[in-house]
Design a protein around this ligand. Structure first.
Ligand SMILES: O=C(O)[C@H]1NCC[C@@H]1O
Length: 351
């Protein structure tokens, strides 16, 4: 079912955070906003309604020829109440996600560049408060001389779900690996890539896509938590520790999310999952340590714990409010021509 029968135009503003794309659409075509009183309900509507017109718009903007299999973006929707500036439905090649740190950072920059949230007259910080499907998050921008110099993504409560889960990897002769699972607005499985003899480097990206898909399939619903399915698999390498005023753990990682989509950034919500697990291991603590998190392309987020809390799992492990610092940059403004008669409508993917 086509959104419209006649050709029309859709505008987006495209940003990137640490190399990961974020395509923002704030003017949805008529009749595409899903029903719901909250952002979470609107996401449920769109994912449970076959051929929902907003899902068609997602394909149009994500698939080739307008996008690619690693494209990512967000549709701006009303907030849950007046406590947030706006809401967002995050999307990727396979659907609509519940959490997105790189997108939240990009939205912070976008909101102040549009004047949706005013920046302070003097140097300081400003909060852009956003309702996302997993709750209310903040992009806290630090402003110097009228310009943002970085944004902190302050996420929902994050905590371990399971540790030391054994998974067999079929393509490696059934070799077993140990995986930890954490919730950070989405569910992530994480493992030290050294178990697989792999380094997180661009040349290895197709191995990580294959292994991410395999591990996800092998874990199956062992990693399902409440209404959340397993979203991503994070492969990390340890890169040492620095002792200074603030103890820093250095890791490089790649997140393979959805069905084999690869994050160019160090993954904002994935960084929160790593923080929650490092806190549970006693390697990090609020205001005394941080994670210097490098991506597969070499870009960096700095992550730390704002507050330690108790976990809703009630299993003796701690929970935390994580904070991930990064930069976003404007890529361009797009004006897409959508023609329902186009033979490749709504688009295609090769992966
Ligand atoms: O930064 C993040 O949290 C997102 N990046 C792509 C996958 C995640 O949703």
């Amino acid at each position: 079912m086509a959104l419209e029968k006649s050709p029309y135009w859709v505008q987006s503003e495209d940003w990137h955070t640490a190399g990961e794309p974020f395509r923002i659409v704030d003017q949805l075509p008529p009749h595409t906003l899903p029903e719901g009183e909250t952002v979470a309900q609107r996401r449920s509507t769109v994912i449970s309604t076959p051929e929902h017109p907003l899902d068609e718009l997602r394909k149009l903007l994500c698939y080739e020829p307008r996008g690619h299999p690693d494209m990512y973006g967000g549709f701006i929707v009303p907030p849950d109440d007046s406590g947030a500036h706006f809401g967002v439905l995050f999307w990727h090649k396979d659907g609509f996600s519940t959490a997105c740190g790189h997108g939240t950072i990009a939205l912070g920059y976008w909101a102040i560049s549009k004047g949706i949230v005013k920046i302070p007259d003097n140097d300081g910080s400003v909060d852009v408060v956003i309702d996302v499907p997993s709750g209310r998050v903040t992009a806290r921008l630090t402003i110097q001389q009228g310009k943002p110099i970085h944004a902190d993504f302050i996420n929902v409560l994050s905590y371990p779900l399971a540790r030391g889960v054994t998974v067999r990897v079929p393509s490696l002769g059934g070799m077993s690996v140990y995986i930890d699972i954490a919730f950070a607005g989405a569910v992530y499985a994480t493992l030290d890539a050294a178990q697989l003899g792999l380094k997180v480097e661009p040349s290895q990206h197709s191995d990580f896509i294959r292994l991410g898909r395999e591990i996800k399939a092998e874990l199956g619903n062992r990693a399902t938590y409440s209404t959340y399915d397993l979203y991503g698999v994070i492969f990390f390498n340890e890169e040492g520790e620095d002792e200074g005023d603030t103890h820093a753990i250095k890791q490089r990682s790649v997140t393979v999310f959805a069905d084999g989509q690869i994050d160019r950034s160090p993954c904002g919500s994935g960084s929160c999952a790593r923080l929650a697990l490092l806190l549970a291991q006693g390697r990090l603590g609020a205001s005394r340590s941080k994670l210097i998190h490098r991506s597969i392309i070499g870009t960096t987020f700095e992550a730390d714990i704002l507050e330690e809390k108790s976990s809703p799992k009630d299993d003796g492990t701690p929970a935390c409010i994580p904070c991930v610092r990064g930069h976003a940059g404007l890529v361009g403004r797009m004006n897409f021509y959508i023609d329902p008669a186009d033979p490749v409508y709504p688009g295609f993917l090769l992966r």
